[in-house]
Ligand binder design. Structure first.
Ligand code: SF4
Length: 401
């Protein structure tokens, strides 16, 4: 287990963040918040996928006006994302939202911040102080901006981290002076190494819970790597109390990937099947990549963390899938299905998907009834006799890779 850094705990609509709470999973809607039906539908989809907190943008008054109805229908706590207009924060608090996100880069007026803090204190609502690389450089005062940019030129990375940490510290002074500690902090950048260094610096200065994220990470294809590099590094150091992976895509991918990242690091327990699949190689004799994609889609409906393996050959596959509760080992036109190390059936290529799914559903049902336990990696799978190739030759075992 990764030892986690001790932080204070805040409660977001009953969901604990920080302290000994598991690392939380968040996402953000991509709908116009004033479109109540679309926003509620997306929140429900995200929540069904495992999202525990959902943030919504409230740029206009019609967005905060929509909040009471959204809150009434949302199955998870809702956070209002406030930029530029502190009035939106006050309206969102009044509407009953469960947390406010403020950006020190665009709401810095002391009186305005004090009013938001007072409103949140009255309702027992936490505030996230969310700094972004893009908003810490001065935008209004041209002189200050020029001075900052001169400094940025020589050591952009180091200076930018310093600006982000300074922005958090300046803002937090206002919270300290208000004796308000119901705070979560974030400091996001598009650069994974800057994210790591900024959060490390902040975690040394504050014992408040940290919301991890990479801002504007891009589409999942590239943003996934960027996010895992940054968030995975921090989480493996024990830093981070809630995460939001952000993609230029349907936010459902953010939730799927956040869950997978946390489960991969054993920071959360799986509640759905874990899929193991071989990468395929020159020994493959079926379209395993298509089969794996189909299996993944079908397994989605099972809510038991069965370990399922889809392997491309009967020669090396059993060794590589060791520990899987349910596995299929494919050969030319045929596959052998195993359940906890026991050979169950041999099926043709066209029936592989259904056979694997049926055995997985049956096994999951037995687990749920308490008749059998999940393997937790303790299954030995003896290789079957290799399935002959189309020309009648039998493939020889090879060294495991
Ligand atoms: S040896 Fe078999 S199980 Fe391993 S990658 Fe190749 S086909 Fe897949």
């Amino acid at each position: 287990m990764i030892p986690r850094r001790k932080t204070r705990q805040v409660s977001v609509g009953g969901v604990p963040i920080g302290g000994d709470a598991p690392v939380g999973i968040q996402s953000m809607t991509s709908t116009y918040t004033y479109d109540i039906d679309a926003t509620v539908a997306q929140i429900r989809t995200l929540a069904a996928a495992g999202c525990e907190l959902v943030r919504v943008a409230v740029p206009e008054k019609r967005d905060t006006e929509a909040l009471p109805s959204i809150l009434e229908q949302s199955p998870v706590p809702v956070i209002a994302d406030v930029h530029f207009h502190f009035e939106r924060a006050l309206e969102a608090v009044e509407a009953g939202v469960h947390k406010i996100r403020l950006n020190p880069g665009n709401i810095a007026d002391r009186q305005q911040v004090d009013r938001v803090i007072a409103a949140c204190r009255e309702r027992g609502i936490p505030i996230r102080v969310g700094v972004n690389e893009g908003s810490v450089v001065e935008r209004k005062d041209k002189g200050r901006r020029a001075a900052q940019q001169t400094g940025l030129g020589s050591d952009y990375r180091g200076e930018m981290i310093r600006l982000m940490v300074d922005a958090v510290e300046r803002y937090m002074r206002m919270f300290d002076e208000n004796n308000f500690q119901d705070v979560v902090i974030s400091a996001k950048s598009i650069d994974a190494t800057m994210v790591v260094d900024a959060y490390r610096a902040i975690s040394e200065r504050f014992d408040l819970p940290l919301h991890l994220g990479v801002t504007h990470a891009g589409p999942p294809e590239t943003g996934r790597i960027r996010s895992v590099a940054a968030l995975g590094s921090l989480l493996s150091m024990g830093i981070g109390d809630t995460i939001r992976i952000s993609y230029a895509a349907d936010p459902i991918y953010e939730v799927d990937d956040a869950k997978e990242l946390l489960c991969s690091l054993s920071l959360r327990n799986r509640v759905e099947p874990e899929l193991i699949a071989c990468p395929t190689c020159g020994r493959i004799e079926i379209d395993l990549i298509a089969l794996t994609a189909e299996v993944r889609k079908k397994l989605w409906t099972i809510k038991t963390p069965v370990k399922v393996a889809v392997m491309g050959c009967v020669v090396n596959g059993p060794g590589e899938a060791e520990g899987a509760d349910v596995a299929i080992f494919a050969g030319k036109g045929k596959g052998i299905v195993y359940v906890q190390g026991e050979q169950k059936r041999t099926v043709g290529e066209a029936d592989m998907l259904d056979a694997l799914y049926e055995e997985t559903v049956a096994f999951a049902a037995r687990v749920e009834r308490g008749e059998v336990e999940l393997s937790h990696g303790g299954v030995n799978i003896m290789p079957p006799d290799p399935l002959p190739r189309a020309d009648g030759s039998v493939p020889l075992p090879v060294v495991r890779h």
